[in-house]
Design a protein around this ligand. Sequence first.
Ligand code: SF4
Length: 271
Amino acid sequence: MTTTTTPPDKPQRTEVEIIASLQNTVSASRLNTFLQCRLKFYFLYVLELKKPKTAALHVGSTVHAVLKSWSKARWLGRPLTLKELHEEFSRAWADDSEGPVVWEDNEADEKATGWRLCETYLRECRIPTDIKPDAVEVPVEADLSEYGLPRLIGILDLVQQGRIIDYKTAASTPNAEKVAHTTEVQTSSYGVLYRANKSQPENGIELHHLVKLKNPKVVITSLPPMSDAQQTRLFHLMEAYVSGVARREFIPSPGMQCASCEFFNECRQWK
Ligand code: SF4
């Protein structure tokens, strides 16, 4: 069983202040959580309950840190060697600033898997390493007040030749058609954010899945630029978010997703 803690060393805000700030800004992950389960959203973003980091999350954030360093170095015109990237991997793996990790399997095995994923990605990602990225890990925002919507915020992992690239680690091979649907809130948000900052449409969006198999593989799903219909769908979902948060509709949505919900025990206490 996992335990819950309240965040340490954070200035205390009232629930009213927290909800007001959630009404002012929204990110794709916040919106996705709200659409998945409003009670989970409440635990995560209103009560700000923290859970110990899972092994899968630690592998994902470490791989992400390595790829960020790899792209940043290319952007600076000083590409890193494999040895330097491995050192970066070791540093990120040892980083415990977000608290201890809950290891279900052997940590050494997980670590080996993480580095194998990085090596496989660097070998198979097909990103032209001689072309400087447009942007790396850049925080962006879009003022959507003209639509009566909150400010949209997000971080773009990598933009290369006008294409937005997002890294994901996965336990199984993704299905291209399904993944286009299940990630649509995120990809449409990226489209809106890109256009608000570049004043032109993106050339496309790529999802780069690093799949944690015995023999890791990279699956690249190329999506076209966001369509007008996708932007409309996103804005409708944001409207539902705005009205749901304003009405404090923090109710559970029992379903398949509960099997992996970190707030299962808290949820059972809900009345
Ligand atoms: S267990 Fe299910 S219903 Fe409860 S908070 Fe988690 S996702 Fe929502």
